[in-house]
Design a protein around this ligand. Structure first.
Ligand SMILES: *Cc1c(COP(=O)(O)O)cnc(C)c1O
Length: 811
C-alpha cells in the first residue's frame, strides 16, 4: 500500500512537472498538468507492479490470462487514484495548488478499445481480479484507433476516427525486449524424424508483435496485474528507406502499412460479425503473441511444460480468441515436442470459454480457403481436431448424421469457431441464468448432452468501485454513513441498507443525491447540445449500443404515443419526463442508423412544440462511452432494459443503473430476471412476452404484426406518423424502420409488446408520483445490487473454472 502525505505529493508533482516540461506548474497548460499527474501516478504504481511480479514469480502461483479482442477501460486517472487510496489526498493537494482534480480528470481520453458490454466486462474483470489478489492478466490488441467517435450532424450519426494515441498515453509501457514473431501465410514442410513427424512452417510472412503493458491495480491491496496489448510492426523496422529506389521505396511503405494494418483499428460491430480476412489476422496475431509470451514466462520460471495446465489458465472472451486452442497445440507439439495426446490434455485443461450471445449473426465462422492460406499449420491442426472429434461422434452416435454434422467443427466450407471453442476447452459458460439455460437446452443442446460437465453459468457483474464509489460519491457517502464501509470490500453487505428502505430521512437524502446528479447531467446536456431540461422531471434513460434486438424503437414508439396524447390533451395528468438516449450504431448497420435518425427527429419535433408545455423532452447525447456512462447513470430515475426476451444474454448496463438507485422497466431477459429475483416484483416494473411465448413464435410462427397494429388505434396512429411526414419532410426517411416492423413482420416483437410496455410506463408514472414508494424502491434496488459486483462473478470464475481460487487468499 502506498503511504504518502500531502506535502510529499505536492513536491513530487511539481518535480515531475519540471522534469517533463522544464517549467513551473503555473506556466503549463491544463493538459500538461493532467499528463504530469498521470505520469506521477504511474511512477507510484511502478514499485508495486514490480513487487507483484516478483511475488508471482517466486510463489509459482497459477496465472490466469483473460484473452479478449476488446478492453473498454475508459479513463484511468480517477480509478488509479481511487485504487491507490490517494484520491482525496490528491484532490486536497491540488486544491492548495489552485488546480481542480475533476477538471484534470476530464481531459483524459477514454481508452475505448471495445464496442460495448463485452469489452466493458473484460475491463470490470481486470479490476476485480486485481482487487481480489488473483494473478489475472489481460491479453489483447493495442488498436491505434479505438471505437469510432460519434457525432450527430443534422440528426444523423456521423463517424470520426478515434485517434486516442494522438497524445502520449501515460499509462502504458512499451516492452520492445519482449516482442515476438507471428507467422502468416507460407506453407508447411513435413519430414519424418525417427518415429515422429516434424512440421516446419516455411516461406511465411513474419510480423513483429510488440507488447505495451498497462498496470491494473487492485483496490488498496498493493496488487498490480498487467494488461498486455500487442501492436504489429514489420520485422526489422529499421531498414533505411533512403537507399531504396523510388519504386521500391513505395513498396516498402506499402509493406509496412500492410503489417501495421493488423493493429490499426477495432472492428465497430457489436453482435454482428463480418467475415473479413483482416479480422482473422487480428485474432491470430494477438492469440499467437499472447501464448508465446505466456510460455516464455512459464519456462523462465523453471517449470516443466507438462505442468503447464497446473500453472496457467487461459480464458477466452467469446470465440474471438478461439485460435488459442490450435495455437497452444502447435506450440506444445511442434516446439515443445509433446505428443498429440499430451498436448490435447494440456490444452483442454488450460482453456475455458465464455459464450456471449445466441444471435446467429454473431456466431463466427471462417471460410476454409481463406483460413488455410493465411494459417496453413493452424489449419492442419484444426482439421485434425475435427477428424478426431467426428470419429468419436460416429462411434457414440451411430447413424445420427444430422447431429454429427451439426456438431462438426468444419462443415460446408466453414470453420465454426463456437464448436472449436467448446471442443477445445474444459468449461463453457453463459453469462446469466436464462442465457445458460438457452445454451444448454437449445443453441448448444447437442454439445450439452454430449458433455454436460463442461457447461456452467457465471452471471456477469460490474465493478462497484468504478460504477458506485467513483461515479456516485454522494451515494457512496450515504452508504458509508448508514451501513459502514464494509460493503466496499464485501459488496453484498449493501443488503444492510434495506433496513433504511422505509426511513423518511433516508428517502429525503436519496432524493437530494439523485437531484444533485441530475443537475450535473442537466449542465452537461446544456453544454453539449444546448437543451435545457427540467431536473424535476423523471429522467428516463436508455443508453447502450443501438440494435434492433435492444428495441430503442419500442421506447421511441412510446414517446410518440405520449406526444400524441399530449397534443390531444395538453393537461394530461403525467409527471414531466425527460427521455435520454445515447448509443452508437455500427457504421454498416443501416437500420440502427435509421433508428438514431428517428430518435433525433422526434426529439427535435417535441422539444420545439410549445403546445405540450415542456411536459416531455427528449435528448440524444452523442458519443456514448464509459466516461459518459459515468455521468448519465447516477442521474437516472428509470432504467430501460427492454430487449426482446431471450436476446440479451445478460446485460451489464442494467446492473450499473440499479446500483445507482434507478428503478428498472424491463422484459424478463438476461440478468433482468436475476435483478427481479433479488429485489422482488414490487421493486421492478416487468412487461412483455415471456421466454416461452417468444420461443414458441420462433418455432411455430403465428405472429402477424400488421394485425396487431390494426387492432390498436394508438399504434396505428404512431406507425402512420413514421411515414406521413410528421417527423420528416421526406415520407420515406423512416421507411427502413416501418418496413422492419410491418413489411418484414417485426422480428423482435416491438408491436406485440407495445401495449404491455405502455401499461408498464403508466405504472412507472404512478409509482414515481408516490414519493415514499419510489424512494423505497430505489433503496431496495441499491441494497440488492451488491451481488452484481464483478467481485462475485470473478470469485465464481476463480473457484469454479480456473481452479485453486483459494490459493490466492493467502498470497
Ligand atoms: C456498460 C456499458 C455497455 C453495456 O450496456 P448494456 O446496456 O448491457 O448493453 C456498453 N457501453 C458502455 C460504454 C458501457 O459502460
Amino acid at each position: 500500500m502506498l503511504c504518502i502525505c500531502k506535502e510529499t505529493f505536492k513536491q513530487d508533482y511539481e518535480q515531475k512537472f519540471l522534469e517533463l516540461y522544464g517549467k513551473e506548474l503555473k506556466e503549463g497548460t491544463d493538459y500538461q498538468r493532467y499528463e504530469a499527474l498521470g505520469s506521477l501516478v504511474r511512477d507510484y504504481i511502478a514499485k508495486e507492479w514490480l513487487s507483484t511480479d516478483k511475488k508471482y514469480h517466486s510463489s509459482k502461483v497459477k496465472q490466469v490470462y483473460y484473452f479478449s479482442m476488446e478492453f473498454l477501460l475508459g479513463r484511468l486517472l480517477s480509478s488509479s487514484l481511487l485504487n491507490l487510496g490517494i484520491r482525496d489526498l490528491c484532490r486536497e493537494a491540488l486544491e492548495e495548488l489552485n488546480i481542480d482534480l475533476e477538471g484534470l480528470e476530464e481531459l483524459e481520453n477514454d481508452q475505448g478499445l471495445g464496442n460495448g458490454g463485452l469489452g466493458r466486462l473484460a475491463a470490470c474483470f481486470l479490476d476485480s481480479m486485481a482487487s481480489l489478489n488473483i494473478p489475472g492478466h489481460g491479453c489483447g490488441i493495442r488498436y491505434k484507433y479505438g471505437f469510432f467517435q460519434q457525432k450527430i450532424l443534422e440528426g444523423s450519426q456521423v463517424e470520426f476516427p478515434d485517434n486516442w494515441l494522438k497524445e502520449n498515453n501515460v499509462w502504458e509501457i512499451k516492452r520492445s525486449d519482449k516482442a515476438v514473431v507471428v507467422k502468416f501465410g507460407g506453407s508447411v514442410k513435413m519430414e519424418s524424424l525417427k518415429e515422429r513427424l516434424l512440421f516446419t512452417h516455411v516461406n511465411y510472412e513474419p510480423v513483429l508483435a510488440v507488447p505495451y503493458d498497462t498496470p491494473v491495480l487492485g483496490y488498496k491491496n498493493g496488487t498490480v496485474n498487467t494488461l498486455r496489448l500487442w501492436s504489429a510492426e514489420p520485422v526489422g523496422n529499421d531498414f533505411d528507406f533512403s537507399t531504396f529506389s523510388r519504386g521500391d521505396f513505395l513498396k516498402a511503405i506499402e509493406y509496412k502499412n500492410s503489417i501495421e494494418a493488423i493493429s490499426q483499428v477495432l472492428y465497430p460491430d457489436d453482435s454482428i460479425v463480418e467475415g473479413r480476412i483482416l479480422r482473422l489476422k487480428q485474432q491470430y496475431f494477438f492469440v499467437s503473441a499472447g501464448i508465446q509470451s505466456i510460455i516464455k514466462n512459464f519456462k523462465k520460471n523453471g517449470n516443466s511444460i507438462t505442468d503447464f495446465d497446473d500453472k496457467v489458465s487461459i480464458h477466452i472472451n467469446d470465440t474471438h480468441p478461439a485460435l488459442a486452442i490450435p495455437e497452444l497445440m502447435r506450440i506444445l507439439m511442434d516446439e515443445e515436442g509433446l505428443s498429440w495426446e499430451d498436448a490435447w490434455r494440456i490444452t483442454e485443461n488450460t482453456i475455458s470459454y465464455t459464450n456471449h450471445t445466441i444471435l446467429s449473426e454473431a456466431l463466427e465462422k471462417w471460410p476454409v480457403d481463406i483460413f488455410k492460406t493465411l494459417l496453413p499449420r493452424i489449419y492442419m491442426i484444426v482439421e485434425e481436431i475435427n477428424e478426431r472429434f467426428c470419429r468419436y461422434l460416429w462411434n457414440k452416435y451411430i447413424g445420427q448424421w444430422q447431429k454429427i454434422s451439426e456438431m462438426a467443427i468444419i462443415a460446408d466450407g466453414f470453420i465454426r469457431m463456437a464448436n472449436l471453442a467448446i471442443v477445445g476447452s474444459h468449461s463453457v459458460n453463459g453469462v446469466a441464468k436464462l442465457h445458460t439455460e438457452i445454451l444448454k437446452k437449445q443453441v448448444m443442446a447437442n454439445f450439452y448432452y454430449n458433455s454436460p460437465h463442461k457447461f456452467n453459468n457465471k452471471t456477469n457483474g460490474i465493478t462497484h468501485r468504478r460504477w458506485l464509489l467513483q461515479a456516485n460519491p454522494h451515494l457512496t457517502k450515504l452508504l458509508c454513513e448508514t451501513i459502514g464501509e464494509s460493503f466496499i470490500y464485501h459488496p453484498t453487505d449493501m443488503e444492510r441498507f434495506e433496513a433504511f428502505a422505509e426511513d423518511k430521512g433516508i428517502h429525503e437524502r436519496l432524493y437530494q443525491i439523485k437531484k444533485e446528479n441530475k443537475i450535473n447531467l442537466a449542465n452537461y446536456i446544456k453544454k453539449s447540445c444546448g437543451l435545457i431540461v427540467d431536473t424535476n422531471s423523471i429522467f428516463d434513460v436508455q443508453v447502450k449500443r443501438i440494435h434492433a434486438y435492444k428495441r430503442q424503437t419500442l421506447n421511441i414508439l412510446h414517446v410518440i404515443d405520449l406526444y400524441n396524447r399530449l397534443l390531444e390533451n395538453p393537461n394530461l395528468d403525467i409527471t414531466p419526463r425527460t427521455f435520454i438516449f445515447a448509443g452508437k450504431a455500427a457504421p454498416a448497420y443501416h437500420l440502427a442508423k435509421n433508428i438514431i435518425k428517428l430518435i433525433n427527429a422526434v426529439g427535435k419535433k417535441i422539444n420545439e412544440d410549445k403546445r405540450i408545455r415542456d411536459k416531455i423532452k427528449l435528448v440524444f447525447l452523442e458519443n456514448y462511452r464509459v466516461s459518459l456512462a459515468e455521468k448519465i447513470i447516477p442521474a437516472a430515475d428509470v432504467s430501460e432494459q427492454i430487449s426482446t426476451t431471450t436476446k440479451e444474454a445478460s446485460g451489464t448496463g442494467n446492473m450499473k443503473f440499479m446500483m445507482n438507485g434507478a428503478v428498472t422497466i424491463a422484459t424478463l431477459d438476461g440478468a433482468n430476471i436475476e435483478i427481479r429475483d433479488e429485489v422482488g416484483d414490487d421493486n421492478i416494473v416487468i412487461f412483455g412476452l415471456t421466454e416461452q411465448q417468444v420461443l414458441n413464435y420462433y418455432k411455430n410462427g403465428g405472429y402477424n404484426s400488421t394485425e396487431v397494429m390494426r387492432k390498436d388505434i394508438r399504434l396505428q396512429k404512431v406507425m402512420d406518423s413514421l411515414i406521413n411526414g410528421t417527423y420528416s419532410k421526406d415520407h420515406n426517411d423512416f421507411r427502413p424502420i416501418y418496413d422492419a416492423l410491418i413489411t418484414y413482420n417485426d422480428e423482435f416483437f416491438v408491436l406485440k409488446d407495445f401495449s404491455s410496455y405502455l401499461e408498464a410506463q403508466s405504472r412507472i408514472n404512478s409509482l414515481y408520483e408516490d414519493f415514499r414508494t419510489w424512494q423505497r424502491m430505489s433503496a431496495i434496488n441499491i441494497a440488492h445490487s451488491g451481488i452484481f459486483s464483478s467481485d462475485r462473478t470473478i470469485e465464481e470464475y476463480a473457484t469454479g473454472i480456473w481452479g485453486s481460487g483459494y490459493l490466492y487468499k493467502n498470497l
